[in-house]
Write a protein that binds this ligand. Structure first.
Ligand code: PLP
Length: 445
């Protein structure tokens, strides 16, 4: 490999000050897992062990680590111009990246608002939806509809429309005027489905129930993940997303797809909207937009929605929203280097090439101890284990630790193991992940 292994080192600093996000801090600090270097499909730990990355970092490093075009773009931009204000000012790369994203997006979603994360993309999309309804003379449409088990980041809008109890219960009353449709997880009918489950398109009709309850004239938008990731890899049933689209159209409700994990090739097309053949009104993205190299997110918006804001005196700001770091020069450079890398290597459709092999590999875990369901689409896999009595999440966490000891990084949410490797993965590496997992599941009783 090009870079030398990091020298063996021990931590000289205390572990106390860093309050780690979404981490069991006390457990971690007793036995820290420290990553020191990354390249291609691998991480190296601070003591020099090689770890195969089965989760693209955190669903973001879709082109693999330390890709030269991305590294060079960031380095060059840092030297050329560190920062440019995005309010009433801009820099050329912001326009270039927006234009290229618009060309990748489903037809019509050709206006791009830059953020710095998935959570910020969600807040931005929800605010645009409500403000759009008002701008078109439907100011009573302020209600937002999410879905049970949905994950839309961690800010107040996102946890309000989100549907994961642990992310909500400690944080007060959340946004008013939010409701949720039912989730689509139905193991009784769909366990061990390969690809999209057969049963459950009718679950979209739950939106009709909320329309009957609240009236469509109060509803601005519905937000769902086309594939729910952080809640345990839930694949949309056949026909479900189309049915949701039809109901939204019938009632003048905007449909937002949260594609923070599905964007940039995860399901075999640039966006899951294209994989499933359903076009939403807004798409939230982040993660793979810069291959994880610099924080960035973006909301892709239908032109007609954007254009609704473009009235009134031309010197006035049309949308009172934005971030100091929207379209940050380093993020734009990373984004352009990332899109080049995806294009050079055909990565945005590579998951489609590999999904048959990947599906067979993950479904070969059927029959292992405690495996109660396996779900997959593109290069996403979910392996659900039966929880240990009284210890929800612990069995999967022990599998995670065992895999890490044996050189494979996976991720768990509850008792579901999630796989989402970089799109450059080779077949032998898929085997390595699944074989390591098989051993871990069998070892961890
Ligand atoms: N939305 C979805 C669907 C996600 O999966 C995530 C993160 O995993 C987010 C939003 C939040 O993104 P971030 O952590 O960049 O704020």
């Amino acid at each position: 490999t090009a870079n030398p292994l990091p020298s063996q080192r021990t931590m000289s600093s205390s572990l106390d000050a860093y309050w780690m996000p979404f981490t069991a801090n006390r457990q971690f600090k007793k036995a820290p897992r420290l990553l020191a270097r990354a390249e291609g499909m691998h991480y190296w730990t601070d003591d020099g062990r090689q770890i195969l990355d089965g989760v693209a970092g955190l669903w973001c490093v879709n082109a693999g680590h330390a890709r030269p075009k991305i590294v060079q773009a960031i380095q060059a931009q840092a030297a050329q111009m560190d920062y440019a204000p995005p309010f009433q000012m801009a820099h050329p790369q912001a326009f270039e990246l927006a234009d290229r994203l618009a060309k990748l997006a489903p037809p019509g979603l050709n206006r791009v608002f830059f953020t710095n994360s998935g959570s910020e993309s969600v807040e931005t999309a929800l605010k645009i939806a409500i403000a759009y309804q008002r701008a078109r003379g439907e100011g009573t449409r302020t209600r937002l509809i999410g879905r049970e088990r949905g994950y839309h980041g961690v800010n107040f809008g996102g946890i309000s429309v989100g549907g994961i109890v642990a992310n909500r219960k400690a944080f007060g009353t959340l946004l008013a005027g939010v409701d949720h449709i039912r989730h689509t997880h139905d193991p009784a009918r769909n366990a061990f489905s390969v690809g999209q489950p057969e049963h459950g398109a009718d679950l979209a009709d739950d939106l009709e129930r909320l329309v009957a309850l609240h009236d469509a004239s109060t509803i601005a938008a519905v937000i769902v993940e086309p594939v729910a990731g952080s809640t345990g890899v839930l694949i949309p049933p056949q026909g479900y997303l189309q049915r949701l689209r039809d109901i939204c159209d019938r009632h003048g409700i905007l449909l937002i797809f949260d594609e923070v994990i599905t964007g940039f090739g995860r399901t075999g097309q640039p966006f899951a909207a294209q994989t499933f053949g359903v076009t939403p009104d807004l798409i939230t993205t982040a993660k793979g937009i810069t291959n994880g190299a610099v924080p960035m997110g973006a909301v892709l918006v239908k032109q007609a929605i954007h254009d609704t804001f473009m009235n009134g005196p031309e010197h006035l700001i049309e949308l009172f929203h934005g971030y100091t770091y929207s379209a940050h020069p380093l993020a734009c450079a990373a984004g352009l280097g990332t899109l080049d890398t995806y294009a050079d290597e055909g990565l945005l459709t590579q998951a489609g090439e590999l999904q048959g092999y990947f599906a067979e590999a993950v479904h070969s875990l059927r029959g292992c101890a405690h495996v109660i369901d396996i779900r997959n689409i593109g290069l996403v896999g979910g392996i659900e284990l039966a929880p240990r009595p009284g210890e929800p999440g612990k069995r999967a966490f022990d599998v995670f630790l065992d895999c890490y000891e044996r050189g494979v990084l996976i991720r768990t949410t509850g008792d579901t193991i999630a796989l989402s490797p970089p799109l450059i993965i080779e077949r032998g590496q898929i085997d390595q992940i699944v074989d390591t997992l098989r051993g871990a599941i069998n070892r961890v009783a």
